[in-house]
Design a binder for this molecule. Sequence first.
Ligand code: HEC
Length: 702
Amino acid sequence: MGRIAVKHFGMVVACLLTLAACSEDPTNVDWLHYGNTHSEQRFSTLDQVNSKNIDRLGLAWLQEIPGARTLAVTPLAADGVLYYTTDHALSVYAVDGATGEVLWTYDQVSEAPDTLRIHMGVNRGVAYENGKVFAGLTDGRLVALDAKTGDEVWSVRTFDLDSSRYISGAPRVFAGKVIIGHGGGDLATRGYVSTYDTQTGELLWRFYTVPGNPADGFENDAMAMAAETWTGEWWKYGGGGTVWNGITFDPEFNRVYLGTGNSNPYSPAIRSPDGGDNLFLCSIVALDADTGEYIWHYQVNPREAWDFKATMDMILADIEIDGRMRKVLMQAPTNGFFYVLDRETGKLISAEKWGGRVNWAERIDLETGRPVEKPNIRYEDGEPVHMWPGTFGAHNYQPMSYNPITGLVYIPHLEAGMIMGTVTPEAYASDPIRTGYKHVAQTGATFGGLLYDSENGGKGSLVAYDPVTQTERWRHVTDSFWNGGTLTTAGNLTFYGTALGEFAAYNATTGEKLWSFDAGLGIISAPMTYGIDGTQYISLLVGYGGSAGSGIPLLKHGWKFGLQPRRLLTFKLDGQETLPPTPPPDFTVNPVLVEGFEPDAIKVNQGITLYHTICSICHGGMLAAESVAPDLRESALSANYDSFAAVLLEGLLASRGMPLFDDLSAEDVESLYHFVRYGAMVEGGAEIEIDMSKCTFCGIAN
Ligand code: HEC
C-alpha cells in the first residue's frame, strides 16, 4: 500500500493508508473555523489520540458554566485559547485550552426582550480571524471582540429590534469578511445574509433568499428570476428561506454556499396559490464571496410544504466518483436524502434516501435534479398526511463530519414522522392568535403529533455513510432521539455524544465502540480537537436543551431546569481529572397548589391555546418542562397572580432568558394563570375535565 496525500487546506499531510493515520505533531494545532477548516469536514489530522490508545483517554480539565442552559456550540481554538458562546450568545467565553482557566467573558443582555420568545436559546458559536472573535447575538447584533481582552471592537445591527428575526448560527469568516444569516422563517420574515468587513464592521453586501414586493423593485437579477417562481401576493407573508445555520466558504472558487430554510407559511396554497417552485426556499445557493452575486442554486424541495430545510452544514471535499475526481458539496438536509453536488456547477451528482424512513418521494431524478414525489403527499390537496421524516428531519443542525482517510461521512440520524395538515387561506387570514400578538409563528399548517413507535423511529443513530456508493457502512442506534454532532480524526476515530449523556469514540472504519464517558447530562453539541505543546485535546460542551424545552416526551430525559450543571469538558491521554457528582435524571414534579382555587373552564381553555402558541417551546407541552425553563407547575412565583403577571408584562426575568410579553392583555394573563393552576392541580391528583379539542398547537406535545 502506498502513501496518499490528504490535502488539508494549506497543509499537506502524509498519511499511511496501512495505518490509516496521518502523523501530525499536536503542537499548536488550532480549530479555527466552525467546521475546523473552511471545508467544514470536522476532520482533524491529529492522531496522538487514536484507535489503539483511546482507552487511555481521560478528563484533562473541566470548566463549570454557571447560568448556562442550552449548549449546542462547537468551540474554536486559536493560539491555544478556546472561544465559545452560551445560550443566546449573550455570553462569550475565552478559556485557556491547556488548563481550562477562564481568561475573559463578554456578557450582554438582550436589547429585544420581547423577541427572546421566538427561539429556543440555541447558539452555535463564534468565528475567529487575526486576533478578533466574532459572535452573532440573538437580538441581531454582530460583534467583533478583541481575542486577547474580550473588549468590543465593533458592533453592528444585522436587523431591526422589532423584527421577528434572531441569530442562532455561528458567523463565518473568509478573506477579511464575516457573514451572518438569521432565523425566523416561521415568523413571516424574509431571509437574508449580510457580509461585513472584519476590520470596520462596514456592511459589504447583503443577499436576500426570497423575492420581495415587485413594486419595490428587485435587489438584483437573481431576485427577479426567483420572483418568476412565485404567484399571488407572496411578499405579504415574508416568504422564509432563512439562513440560520449552514454557510460554507469555498476558497478554491471564492464562493459562499448558503443553505436556506423552509417556507412561510408552509402551505403553498396560501403563499403562492397559483403554483411555482418558490425560489430560493429549501435550497443551496452559491454566491460570489466578494460581491454576493448569485452563481447557481440547487433546490432540494421545490414548492416546499412540510417545514423541510436545507439549512444543514455543507461539507466540501474532492472525491473520486466513477473514476473521476470531483469537487463536491455534500449535504444531508432534513428531508431524508443525502445529496452530492458538483460544487463547480451546482449540478446534482447523486441523491439517495439514507438512514431511515422517507415517505414523501420515490427518488430524486438525476436528470432534472427534482424529487419524484409520492401521490397525495401534499396535504393541501386534502387530508392531513403522515410525513416521514417529520419536522425535526432525518438530520438537523447537529453537524456531520467527513473523514478523507476512511472516505465516510458520519451523520447524526433522527427518526420520527409527523402528522401535518393545512389551514385554509380564510382561516389563516383571520386566526386571532396569529394576528393578535407580536412574533407568533405563522406556519399555516397544523401539527397532529410526532409519529414513532417501538418499531419505527423515536431513536437517534450515528450512521457512517459512503458518499460515493450512497450506502450505509455501519450504525449505532441510541435510545435517545435529539443527540449531538460528530467529529472524526486521523486517529481513525469518530466521536459522538447523546442526549442520555454518553460521550463515545468509535473506530471510524469499523464502527466498533472503543471508549465512552458519562457526561452526567445530555449532549447536543459537536466535539472538536486541538493541540497545545505536543498534547492533543478533545473538547465538548455539555448542555442539553434547545428543542428539548418543548417538553415533547421523546426529548425528555429528566434533565431538569437548573439541576444538572453545564460544563466544558476537555480530554487528553492519561487525563486524571474526575467529574464532580452530578444529580441523576429527575422526572418528579412537585406541584405548588393554591388552596381553594377553582379554575374557570373557559379561561383554562383559552390559556391552553395561548400557552401552546407562545410559552410551550420553552416551558414544555402541557406544562411538562425539560432543561431550558422551569416547570411552571412547580413555580411558587406563579402561584401568586401579581408576581406571575409582573414576570410576563414587565420582563422581570428577561436578563435570564424569560421573554417580555408586554402585548398580553389582562385577560390573557388571567387565562394563562388559570391554565397553570389547573395543570398544577391535575398533577396534584385533582380530576378536572377540560375540552382541549380547539387547541391547534397541543398536538405537537404528544
Ligand atoms: C424563550 C423561552 C421562554 C418562553 C417562550 C417563555 N419562557 Fe417563561 N421562562 C423562561 C426561562 C429561561 C425562565 C427562567 C428564568 C430564570 O432563570 O429565572 C422562565 C421563567 C418563567 C417564570 C418564572 C418561574 C419561576 O418560578 O421563577 C414564569 C412565571 C414564566 N416563565 C412564565 C411564562 C409564560 C406564561 C410564558 C408564555 C406566555 C413563558 N414563560 C414563555 C423561558 C421562557
